[in-house]
Design a binder for this molecule. Structure first.
Ligand SMILES: CC(C)(COP(=O)(O)OP(=O)(O)OC[C@H]1O[C@@H](n2cnc3c(N)ncnc32)[C@H](O)[C@@H]1OP(=O)(O)O)[C@@H](O)C(=O)NCCC(=O)NCCS
Length: 277
């Protein structure tokens, strides 16, 4: 992927940041790593993600924190020193990565249907499952959300994710104008979703993974990789150019899967925090 296309992905609204335990913008909540500071249990703690303008602007409002985005490669140095000077300490790094969808070569991978056959699950798009379930759209969304809650608790982060209630998340996962049913893919066993990848189409040609998760007992069977392969194949077919995602540094499993698929990571977004008492 060219640096231009990465920059374009960012300009077009790929993920941003949090400040003060609240999303700096609505977009902040739409990340594969998901709703990662939804609750904000300690109001005296200020959390800021360095690396993207919106978070800084929000921080600025809260703490007169003003900083310019540095050149790639200088991020941790200049920004780290700035944060340290202001009493912040680094807590986590997250990586926004992008896949050049049209350059993707499926032939490097095992057929996802073969993986599914071996695991004894059905692989299908969310659109197909929705058709199968008929009118119970809400029930299906709740099931997909419930898997998000279960698997989301295992995202390796400094602090565990506490997913907000379904009603608060529904529009982020399933907003009619962005949720992309054809490239959201599920693995189904005995009629229940056991693995899922949920995709949004933020603007024409630019897709983004909101969440990928596999139930604990189904992990290590190649399901997440197979789902993402299916999603990519669908996006390629539709002519999408970029497929974005965000992962925590410690998430070896998901970062490994994405690296294998050919995602290219931006410099990290560095999360820092400061205790005000
Ligand atoms: C990340 C996750 C979705 C992977 O699901 P999965 O269905 O087990 O993934 P796969 O079986 O397709 O694994 C694909 C690869 O990741 C590797 N992998 C799995 N867990 C790993 C780990 N903890 N460390 C390193 N590699 C790991 C597998 O070995 C496999 O590689 P291989 O084919 O070369 O052996 C699952 O662990 C999960 O739900 N985690 C919690 C939620 C999460 O972190 N989601 C992603 C961010 S939103």
């Amino acid at each position: 992927m060219s640096p231009g296309s990465v920059a374009e992905g960012r300009r077009r609204g790929l993920p941003i940041a949090f400040a003060g335990s609240r999303p700096a913008t609505q977009r902040d909540l739409s990340q594969e790593q998901r709703q990662d500071d939804p609750g904000g249990d300690d109001e005296r703690r200020v959390q800021v993600h360095l690396g993207q303008g919106a978070g800084e602007r929000a921080a600025d409002r809260e703490e007169h924190l003003i900083e310019r985005r540095p050149e790639p490669g200088r991020q941790s140095g200049a920004r780290g020193r700035f944060a340290e000077r202001h009493g912040y300490r680094e807590t986590n790094r997250r990586y926004n990565s992008y896949l050049d969808v049209q350059a993707f070569d499926l032939s490097r991978f095992e057929d996802p249907d073969e993986v599914a056959r071996r695991a004894g699950v059905r692989l299908m798009s969310y659109a197909e499952l929705e058709r199968e379930r008929g009118s119970d759209v809400d029930g299906l969304q709740r099931e997909a959300y419930a898997l998000g809650v279960k698997a989301g608790a295992d995202v390796p982060r400094p602090e565990p994710i506490q997913m907000p209630p379904y009603e608060a998340i529904r529009d982020i996962f399933f907003a009619p104008e962005t949720f992309h049913r054809a490239s959201s893919v599920v693995a189904v066993r005995d009629g229940r979703i056991v693995s899922e990848t949920l995709t949004v189409m933020r603007s024409p040609g630019i897709a983004y993974t909101n969440f990928t998760g596999t139930l604990r007992e189904e992990r290590g069977k190649g399901l997440a990789l197979a789902l993402k392969l299916r999603a990519i194949v669908e996006l390629k077919h539709l002519g999408a150019r970029l497929f974005g995602t965000t992962n925590d540094e410690q998430n070896a499993a998901m970062r490994g899967i994405n690296a294998k698929l050919g995602y290219v990571a931006d410099p990290p977004v560095i999360e820092v925090e400061k205790h005000l008492t």
